[in-house]
Design a protein around this ligand. Structure first.
Ligand SMILES: N[C@@H](CCC(=O)N[C@@H](CS)C(=O)NCC(=O)O)C(=O)O
Length: 211
């Protein structure tokens, strides 16, 4: 039995996309981060870092497995199901290249670009220039990569596409205009059209309580 603790944000969408793409059955437990539920003692017993997503697999390799970090969760699920991650060779390394590029580059730049433009209590122009500029530059690298191949790690969809998609799903929050990047836009629209992606997005949206 797989349980995913999550809320409607990019890092959580990444894991939901994986669960849907891999055809796994799972229970979804909302953790409302707008109300601070991720900072309760009960939740921090699952993740001392006080963040979602957290995956609990009662049928892990050594018994119950509690796992944090969206990219690590996707690697775990891919290896469990033998899907979306080549078993060996350069094509496998290309997936990890993109996962690390995402975790060290795209994710912090996009998160901070969105924060300083939309959420910061006061304007900090230098921070906007730095993080928004970096978000656009990194998206441009992906646009160039996708001018030569169908997916970010090669010719087949992998978990690397899922992690990048999570943040491009929030590109308007970040201020990255996909219309300016034709190859990235083609990739995004192709993924968005997949029924599994539509299901994951609908389930994620359902985690936000209706006003
Ligand atoms: N590196 C982590 C980041 C997790 C993360 O930042 N989660 C956010 C939501 S996208 C969160 O829980 N924020 C609430 C908080 O920091 O209090 C991952 O990829 O899973």
């Amino acid at each position: 039995m797989i349980t995913l603790y999550a809320f409607a944000t990019p890092n959580n969408l990444k894991v939901l996309l994986g669960l849907e793409e891999m055809g796994l059955s799972y229970a979804l437990k909302p953790v409302n981060i707008r109300q601070g539920e991720q900072k309760t003692d009960a939740f921090k017993a699952l993740n001392a870092n006080g963040k979602v997503p957290v995956l609990v697999d009662s049928d892990g390799p050594d018994g119950e497995l509690v796992l944090t970090e969206s990219a690590a969760i996707l690697v775990y699920l891919a290896e469990k199901t033998h899907q979306l991650l080549p078993a060996t060779g350069v094509s496998r390394i290309r997936v990890f290249e993109q996962l690390f590029f995402h975790a060290s580059g795209i994710s912090p730049a996009f998160g901070n670009a969105g924060y300083f433009q939309k959420l910061a209590p006061e304007p900090v122009p230098a921070a906007i220039e730095r993080f928004h500029g970096e978000a656009i530059r990194l998206a441009g690298l992906l646009d160039d990569l996708l001018s030569r191949q169908a997916y970010v790690a090669g010719d087949a969809i992998t978990i690397a596409d899922l992690v990048h998609f999570g943040w491009f799903w929030r590109s308007s929050f970040v201020g990255v205009n996909l219309a300016d990047m034709p190859h990235l836009n083609r990739w995004y629209e192709t993924l968005l059209a997949r029924p599994t992606f539509q299901t994951a997005i609908a389930k994620l949206d359902g985690l936000v309580p209706k006003a």
